[in-house]
Design a protein around this ligand. Structure first.
Ligand SMILES: Nc1ncnc2c1ncn2[C@@H]1O[C@H](COP(=O)(O)OP(=O)(O)OP(=O)(O)O)[C@@H](O)[C@H]1O
Ligand SMILES: [Mg+2]
Length: 350
């Protein structure tokens, strides 16, 4: 028996590497990423475009598999079960019942020719619900759990009759059809306006806690991070460069890239897209000896270009510690040789 409040690891990713063979050479999209997500917990995955967030998610859920064009190494465990190396059919079964994904554009997951009811019932039937009446009442329950008003009457509606926010709720309801343990959300609110986004996130948040889902939440938006996430992993060029509790990441960042991201954002309260960190992102085709961020790093410059930064790759192993009130919080890791300097550097000198 599990003690109440004890945390259960829903998903554990260990040293995941994903590369693609293309005409330009080998694109290393994910270069050794490790993290875990507990049940009932939301881990944010943030970082600029091309940092490898979606490829990580797609590999976890088995849409990218080791094949002629892609090489996948490492470990992905759902509960105690290793997923890497499973067949396509196994992954399809897993996606129907144990782990599902919600993406940016809900229209791409809905068929315009079928009613909402048909499509939600279909997800239930794929998840093993055999009787039609049961699927029907189950569909109403799912739509109600995503707080779609008048769910019963809306079964007959078509996707085009729904607003963007209602479509995203529908798709999310479908993602819950198999009572998954893990949910992956890849920028689920990008297509929504601010009001719809706020309402959708509220609903999603209560569903996550009611169902004790383990959630991997990919976003560019640090406002969404502060609203949704318990812990955050910051990705840069296919690696996690910082990992910690949401407060640690937002208020005590221990990696110069995270500080630059936060600086690129006017305020974490309103809408706060990552507008950009100076310099251009590192290419998936490049091989780097030292720190991959050194060529864009303000701290590297400020410290007079220490040799160490370009000679020695900093591992994500340094426990940064927490100078705030709550010293017992979870681990806070930074892949920076100078994480202390980073944390203490005055804001106006960035
Ligand atoms: N099939 C492929 N062949 C070659 N390179 C690829 C392939 N798929 C993805 N990549 C590269 O892998 C890197 C990571 O891509 P990914 O889509 O994971 O980024 P992301 O962090 O999700 O970005 P965004 O915020 O724009 O969604 C990018 O440089 C991308 O160009
Ligand atoms: Mg992406």
């Amino acid at each position: 028996m599990m003690a109440p409040g004890q945390s259960v690891t829903a998903l554990r990713v260990d040293d995941l590497k994903v590369s693609f063979r293309s005409q330009r050479g080998i694109a290393r999209a994910v270069r050794g990423v490790s993290f875990h997500v507990n049940s009932g917990e939301t881990l944010g995955l943030v970082g600029e475009s091309g940092s490898g967030k979606s490829v990580t998610a797609l590999t976890v859920i088995g849409m990218v598999r080791d094949s002629l064009n892609a090489r996948v190494e490492g470990s992905v465990k759902l509960g105690d079960e290793e997923l890497l190396g499973k067949s396509d059919a196994d992954f399809r079964a897993i996606r129907r019942t144990r782990m599902s994904m919600v993406v940016q554009d809900p229209l791409s997951s809905l068929n315009p020719a079928y009613t909402i009811g048909n499509q939600v019932m279909e997800s239930l039937s794929l998840a093993g619900v055999r009787r039609r009446a049961e699927a029907r009442s189950g569909a109403v329950d799912l739509l109600e759990s995503m707080r779609i008003p008048g769910a019963k009457d809306r079964l007959k509606s078509y996707p085009h009759e729904f607003s963007g926010g209602m479509r995203q709720r529908t798709v999310s309801a479908m993602a819950l059809a198999g009572s998954p343990e893990v949910l992956i959300a890849d920028e689920p609110t990008t297509a929504l306006d601010v009001t719809m986004e706020a309402a959708y996130l509220d609903v999603l948040k209560s569903v996550i806690s009611e169902r004790r889902l383990g959630v991997l939440f990919i976003t560019h938006d640090l406002g969404v991070v502060s609203r949704m996430c318990d812990r955050v992993a910051v990705m840069y060029a296919g690696r996690i460069v910082e990992l910690g509790d949401v407060e640690q990441i937002l208020f005590e960042p221990g990696h110069p890239y995270t500080r630059a991201l936060l600086r690129a954002v006017p305020s974490i309260s309103g809408s706060s897209r990552i507008v950009g960190v100076p310099g251009s992102p590192s290419s998936p085709y490049s091989t780097v000896v030292g720190c991959p961020f050194a060529d864009r790093c303000w701290l590297y410059e400020a410290l007079g270009r220490p040799q160490r930064c370009v000679e020695e790759a900093p591992p994500l192993a340094t426990d940064v510690g927490y100078v705030g009130a709550d010293a017992d919080d979870g681990e806070h890791l930074s892949a920076c040789h100078f994480h202390d300097e980073c944390r203490q550097w005055p804001d106006d000198e960035l």
